[in-house]
Design a protein around this ligand. Structure first.
Ligand code: NAD
Ligand code: 6OD
Length: 485
């Protein structure tokens, strides 16, 4: 029997009606669940429920709020395998990855923001004016209010909890709109938040699509105080237009076209292992994935050959098989988009060193949305596959001769999310990493995260930073009190 995935409003699941769509498994094309779509009236009820719960939750002592967050983490831990299955069912990603990254990070998100918000003080300072007057200034942080949380399908639970945990810890209430492709874990999280003692109405889930559906209804709703969004740059831009007339706060984590710079002095084995992860993790569907690799000419051929060999070694397969390293793309529709870039690259004269098509996996997997991990050489920064975000398991490799040229090539993009520099020269590592026009610049590693560090992007990659105390800047509004002494 196919499961029903329902909306969650005001502390209760909403009885299903006829408005629904089928959630299709990316592994084999089977129908996994029937998801119930929220219409404008239900979105309105969700925002009203969040508004109704706001004053009580905002006035709840920080210690009580953070205790709820810690119980949520404990409850996710207690139901760990249910979350793994929800996440892997929707996305097709390997169980091993969900255990080590997605679900583990959801737990860490709740604990980390409980720590941060629990420890945060109210900034205060003494003023000594030139005319001799003195004053005491202090800022009272207040919750932003009712926050709309809109997230994509690639790391659904990680990205959702990355926003819901600080929002709730700061005393906000939320209405979340998960991706239409990954409705399950946000719905399961509703149960866990309820078990942990979150008041009814503080967390609401509305399922649906973007335009003319729950996403648009939510961001256009006059009752929301801000939108925190992770997703594509095009959608970020549409959300910005939707909230412009009411001047609402936004926090945007958007797309990327991330570069890796490999210098001849790099530890090549470790670099190739790191590059393999950064290009192919989550089947290339991580916003920080490397899509452009620039290699210094003396080691360029070795980097191409080494990455190709590792790409051939990836094991495509069922999520629950221990040997699986790589799952399918999220959907057939997304595969069409990625394959479009495979075609464009060939038309632009790329040499496909490995991959380039659809694998024949046999069994019923051919009903899924599988694709071959792929590597190109022969493209330049002028070609569309080097400029546009592909969001698949593919990277293009280009040689360079000098450090200045490498920096210029990496920064030649409208995006600015992440980069990685691979070198054993300490000074060069610092020097080059600092000159990357990105929000997150790694040296000899990729996606190494301290949850207190500022996370975000520049240019088309986003607005604002979240993480640790940086999240407080978005999820709270300070009122400054000035007392003349
Ligand atoms: P998307 O922008 O198509 O959708 C994201 C979410 O927005 C979904 O829930 C969708 O239903 C909703 N949405 C779409 N149109 C909307 C509208 N007009 N109003 C309100 N909501 C709307 O992105 P996607 O395809 O789900 O995810 C892939 C994209 O996400 C990639 O571009 C990737 O780089 C980006 N991403 C960025 C980060 C980051 O931290 N910077 C992290 C993960 C993914
Ligand atoms: O690590 C994080 O906190 C984070 N937001 C990761 C985003 C990955 C993008 O796909």
């Amino acid at each position: 029997m196919v499961a029903d995935i329902r909306n969650f409003v005001g502390g209760a699941f909403v009885e299903p009606d006829e408005r629904c769509w089928d959630k299709i498994s990316p592994v084999d094309g089977s129908v996994l669940a029937r998801v119930h779509e929220a219409d404008a009236e239900l979105v309105d009820r969700a925002v009203a429920a969040a508004r109704g719960a706001l004053d009580g939750w905002a006035a709840t002592a920080v210690t009580t709020r953070t205790a709820v967050l810690r119980r949520v983490a404990d409850r996710i831990e207690a139901r760990f395998e249910e979350f793994v299955q929800a996440e892997c069912g929707d996305t097709g990603k390997p169980y091993r990855q969900a255990r080590e990254l997605d679900v583990a990070r959801a737990i860490a998100n709740f604990r980390s923001f409980a720590d941060t918000v629990g420890a945060a003080g109210q900034p205060s300072f003494l003023t000594d004016l030139a005319d001799g007057r003195k004053a005491l200034n202090y800022a009272v942080r207040k919750p932003l209010g009712v926050v709309a949380v809109i997230v994509p399908w690639n790391l659904p639970l990680l990205l959702l909890t990355w926003k819901v945990a600080p929002a709730l810890a700061c005393g906000n209430t939320v209405v979340v709109k998960p991706s239409e492709e990954t409705p399950s874990s946000a719905t399961l999280l509703a149960e866990v938040l309820d078990e942990a003692g979150l008041p009814a109405g503080a967390y609401n889930v509305v399922h649906g699509f973007g335009p003319d559906s729950a996403g648009q209804f939510l961001v256009e709703h006059p009752g929301i105080d801000g939108v925190t969004f992770t997703g594509s740059t095009a959608t970020g831009s549409a959300i910005m237009r939707a909230v412009a007339s009411r001047v609402r706060s936004v926090s945007f984590e958007l797309g990327g076209k991330n570069a890796a710079l490999v210098f001849a002095d790099a530890d090549l084995d470790a670099t190739l292992d790191g590059l393999t992860r950064s290009v192919f993790a989550n089947t290339g569907q991580v916003c920080r994935c490397t899509q452009r690799v620039y290699g210094e000419r003396p080691v360029f051929d070795e980097v191409v050959a080494g990455l190709a060999e590792r790409a051939r070694g990836l094991q495509l397969g069922r999520p629950d098989a221990d040997a699986t390293t790589t799952g399918p793309l999220i959907s057939r529709e997304h595969r069409e988009k990625v394959l479009g870039y495979y075609k464009l690259a060939e038309e632009a004269g790329a040499k496909t060193v490995v991959g380039g098509g659809i694998p024949a996996l046999g069994d019923n997997l051919d009903g899924g949305s599988w694709i071959e991990p792929t590597i190109w050489t022969g493209l330049s920064n002028a070609d569309r596959p080097m400029r546009e975000e592909i969001f698949g398991p593919v990277a293009s490799l280009v040689p360079f001769d000098t450090e200045e040229e490498a920096i210029a090539l990496a920064n030649d993009t409208d995006y600015g999310l992440a980069s990685s520099v691979w070198t054993t020269n300490l000074s060069r590592g610092h020097r080059v990493a600092q000159r990357m026009n990105v929000g997150m610049s790694w040296v000899n590693t990729w996606f190494l995260r301290d949850l207190r560090s500022p996370f975000g992007g520049v240019g088309l990659s986003g607005i604002g930073r979240e993480g640790g105390e940086h999240s407080l800047d978005f999820y709270t509004e300070p009122t400054n009190v000035c007392i003349q002494l």
